[in-house]
Design a binder for this molecule. Structure first.
Ligand code: KG4
Ligand code: ZN
Length: 344
């Protein structure tokens, strides 16, 4: 079943997303987001997200089947995000996916959202991904990983000690009243700013940090520095702050990613997760990886932020690798660790 048709469901946060793949070919990628309902609260409200998932699920599945030009009975396997994420939100996706698997009498793959972010590169590149270093940067997670096999072996090299990179974007955007989510707003505003105008701190990059925590991140000092700057500078130039803040984050993410490649003698880097959509991160990664002789892969921006294609893709890679499906009665896990790629 190497060209299996897999339908993937993602509901870990505010996107109700359904993707369909055949082997490594993307057939459908439907995303219904409830982000507008959360915007006035400045963050995702779990109860609102769960209800929105319930309402959006059936239409999203139907739309994905229409886009893929298949019927439900053509589906060979179901994949679903089992965690990490908001537990009430995850449970809506898990309920829908187990219902489909039971009704169709097909296997189900309960997969890790973080691993799915990394795996989605397989829809764009046919070459083998592994071994690779992965920089995973989303709204809830920031880590450096060594991926030896995306279906069975991911090891954590380091992670953030406080905020995730996306969270830092969102928090600074909130202070600057740029709306939610903040990443895209800061990205756009930074295009008109001077990234060298303000020298914001690069967390965990002292020589002692490079010895003791080379692959960990910290963004709380940066956040405080930006907040202090805003307070002390009443007529600050918004675009310059956005550009300088973004540069500080992107610089440190790439310094550590390239150091991880060097330390592990792996000349391949994948950047995954919502912050991977950041235009400055993409451009600077290209520049630095070219210089260092590292092969760089970053999924298209629309596949970096949460989507169902990534879940279907990881499910499909599991099928192709002959991995065992999950038991039908698995538990969603809101704090699932990245090393647990699927539930057994
Ligand atoms: O992976 P994702 O869609 O959801 C999670 O799993 O968390 O990541 C969402 C995060 C948010 O914090 C959002 O602000 C950030 O990704 N993000 C960006 C950009 N687009 C989304 N951050 C910086 N620049 C962007 N263009
Ligand atoms: Zn995500």
């Amino acid at each position: 079943m190497s060209q299996a048709i897999v339908l993937g469901i993602e509901t870990s946060c505010d996107e109700t997303a359904v993707g369909i793949v055949r082997g490594r070919k993307l057939l459908a990628n439907v995303i219904a987001s409830s982000v507008q309902e959360h915007a006035r609260f400045g963050g995702v409200v779990p109860e609102i997200a769960s209800r929105a998932h319930l309402e959006a699920m059936q239409p999203a599945i139907s739309q994905a089947l229409r886009d893929a030009k298949i019927s439900l009975s053509d589906v060979d396997a179901i994949a679903v995000t089992a965690g990490p994420g908001l537990v009430g939100a995850l449970l809506v996706g898990v309920g829908a996916a187990t219902g489909l698997a039971l009704g169709l009498d097909k296997p189900i793959y309960a997969v890790n959202h973080l691993a799915a972010h990394i795996s989605v590169d397989a829809l764009t590149h046919s070459e083998i991904l592994e071994p690779t270093i992965a920089l995973l940067v989303s709204g809830g997670h920031s880590s450096l990983l060594q991926v030896d096999d995306i279906t069975s072996s991911i090891a954590k090299l380091g992670a953030t000690m406080d905020d995730a990179a996306g969270e830092a974007f969102d928090k600074i955007a909130r202070v600057m009243k740029l709306g939610f989510p903040g990443g895209p707003a800061i990205d756009a505003l930074a295009k008109d700013g001077d990234a060298e105008s303000i020298n914001f701190p690069r967390g965990l990059t002292t020589s002692n940090d490079w010895l003791t925590r080379p692959f960990d991140f910290s963004f709380s000092g940066l956040k405080t520095a930006v907040a202090r700057y805003l307070e002390a500078t009443p007529n600050y130039a918004k675009a310059n702050v956005a550009a300088s803040f973004q540069e500080a984050i992107v610089d440190v993410l790439l310094l550590k990613s390239l150091a991880a490649c060097k330390a592990s003698a792996i000349d391949s880097l994948v950047i995954a997760g919502g912050v991977g959509a950041n235009s400055r991160l993409r451009a600077l990664a290209q520049e630095r990886c070219l210089k260092a002789g590292i092969a760089l892969r970053i999924p298209a921006p629309g596949l970096c932020t949460d989507n169902g294609a990534m879940v279907a893709c990881l499910g499909s890679l599991m099928v192709a690798a002959g991995r065992a499906p999950s038991p039908i009665a698995f538990d969603a896990d809101s704090s699932l660790q990245v090393a647990t790629i699927s539930l057994h």
